[in-house]
Design a protein around this ligand. Sequence first.
Ligand SMILES: [Zn+2]
Length: 88
Amino acid sequence: MVFGWLIRFVVVMLLVRLAWKFVSGFAQGATRRPVSGPARGMPLVQDPVCGTYVDQGRAVTARRKGTVHHFCSDDCRKAFLEGDVSSA
Ligand SMILES: [Zn+2]
């Protein structure tokens, strides 16, 4: 009975997939913590050049068209002001 074996195999595979989905979903819900964010009350701002999140107090700032932008380093600030990332 080759077909009986095949059907059993498929059913087992489906059950394993369902169980895996359930387990991974449960694990995701259980481990939902703040992702390494410093809980110091200092808001994080995103560097528009490299995408890094930096403390607003530590960030390098630049004013452009009336908006203050925050950067992780002077290099990113320079790159932004030189227009390397015009889409941002
Ligand atoms: Zn940066």
